[in-house]
Write a protein that binds this ligand. Sequence first.
Ligand SMILES: Nc1ncnc2c1ncn2[C@@H]1O[C@H](COP(=O)(O)OP(=O)(O)OP(=O)(O)O)[C@@H](O)[C@H]1O
Length: 723
Amino acid sequence: MASRLPRLRSSSPTMPAASLKRKAIAEEEEEELYQPRKLPAVGVTGPVRPPKPLQPNRTATNLSKSSSSTNVPKPLTVPRAPNMMTRSSSGVRGTSAPPSQPNVSNRPTSFRTGATGTRTTATSRTVSGPSRATSGRGSDDQRFADFQAKLNSLETAQAAEAARFESERAKVVELQENQRAMSSQLAAAKDLELSRKAELNIASDEIANLKKKHAREVMDLEIDLQKKDRLLRDANEDLRICRSDLERERGTVSSLKATISHQSNAQLTLSTENHSLQTQNTALHAEVDAYARKLTESNILRESAERRVAELEGEAMESEAYRRKLHNMVQELKGNIRVFCRVRPVLPSDASPFPSGSGSGSNSPVPTSVEDKESLKADMSFPDRRDRKEIVIRSSSESATGQERIENHNFSFDRVFEPESTQAEVFEEISMLAQSCIDGYNVCIFAYGQTGSGKSFTMEGGSNEATQGMIPRAVEKVFRVAEDLKTKGWEYRIEGQFLEIYNETINDLLGKGDFDKKKHDIKHDPKTGSTRVTDITVMSLQSPSQVRSLLAVAQSRRSVAATLMNERSSRSHSVFTLRISGTNASTGESCEGCLNLVDLAGSERINVSFGNGFGTGSANGGGSSDKERLKETQSINKSLSALGDVIAALGEKGDKGDKHIPYRNSKLTYLLQNSLSGNSKTLMVLNLSPLAAHSSESLTSLRFATKVNNTTIGTARKQTRSA
Ligand SMILES: Nc1ncnc2c1ncn2[C@@H]1O[C@H](COP(=O)(O)OP(=O)(O)OP(=O)(O)O)[C@@H](O)[C@H]1O
């Protein structure tokens, strides 16, 4: 029976397995330690792992521990011989144990495991069977000896190994030192690396910023470049234009040079001439100076003469004004009826077959040339250029012997107005009369003349301001004076009426009823000297503009009443009356004046001899078979004759003082009784036609007006009352 020996666990006879393994690890670590480590790549971002501190070598520690415990190897416990008989059940290995190994003899029965020194007791293993213990004791001893020898050699080897281990440990320590140094170097290198990385980052940022800046600068430079390109193009264009200009200017300069050279020659000639002229000029200057001195002296003389003339003119004007004033005073003292004569201009319609004044009443505007106009004109002249008081008509007639006899008929009035005279000029002369009614006088202005001679134009006038006649102007004047006198305490009431006398019937031109129907009577108040017409429209006038509309109403009523055969305005007398009554509250005075503006019917229908008292004339239109026409002609004759009679009687009364005045012979004279009496101021405007065809009629009118002008009807008296 083969005994079973305890088996050794060691795998290597020469070196314990743990030691070998530790050695291999130590070598590996050493190898690792000397292996060059790769530094992280520059620019790699991310946290840099700090180097791990080196761990103390566990193997080395174990080794040192083990060395301290194994420096003196403990003697091996001699295994006791197995007691076959008293084999404990615990130390018996099961029969199921494998058969002995061929190399079991080489194995130690027990061994210390390196550092721990754990001892495995060989006796713990027992060989079953008594045969085996008895037969193998000698071999066991042998084996034990061998084993011991081997153990010794192993211990020797172990000692050698320990020595070697010591040297290795020293090396390890040294290596650890190196490693520490290297670690610190590595840490420093990593710090350096970190700082370099930071610097690198800063540098990168700077580079990026610089790149951006550079890009911006490049962009700016490109823009600049584009601008400069444009400027360059413009400059090139300017240069091109300048070059062309220069070329042109060169051409001009060359032509100018030619001209200059030509002019230089001319200048030479001229300077020669100039020199001689200067000589002449000097001589002339001397003469001029002499003349200038004379002229200055003459100017002084002329200025003093002009001053003297101005003084004399002023004196003359003052004298004239004074003379006029005296004349008016004389006229007023004499009490004459004043007479103005006005000749109208030739009208285009005068060239028609029925010129105005012919009785047809046609006034259609037929154009006519200047030559035609001149041929139509009567031979009239106005010799008194200063006072404008004279009119001369030349007439030719056949003498008894058949020879042509030319006569000059001279007439003189208070004022003669030529055809060119204006309405304003006429009114200037009669404005004082308008003012007189404010002062309490009765004034009568009547227009006398043949049909178409300008009576209506003079009294009523045209539609615009320049042509408006005596009625609107007189009214305006009255209102203006009344307004001025308000400051002196005067308050005025102004009333107006407008009537016509046709066929000895009074018609209200401002009324509403039919003409020739209503009966109007004339009433005089001998106390106040005022005249009233019954049932006549009397309008209270507040402003001059009212008078214009009043005249328009009268005109439209007359037009309605007119027939083709009957031009009413020519065959009736129209009388516009302005009654002015004023009171002065501060002085207690009151006054009442009356202004009558009369447009008489055409005078050509009477053919009177003023010398026998105006009453025996026969009508021009007496040949008319029309009964109505005859009637109106007779009425006109009657009223105009009555007017002549009244004026003649007034003149005679002035001489004798007891003459009857036939006011009642016509409605016209009866109406104007208070305005024609010696208490009144009367003005007759004689209107004349300028036409040669009307010369005979004009002469008749002029003779009538002259006799009126020579009539003295007494001194005008103011109608004032004291309170
Ligand atoms: N001084 C003048 N300047 C311009 N035109 C005038 C002048 N006088 C009269 N006329 C014109 O002559 C024409 C006749 O004038 P107007 O009707 O005043 O005459 P008359 O004497 O009143 O006639 P009748 O007796 O028929 O009324 C009108 O067309 C008028 O405009």
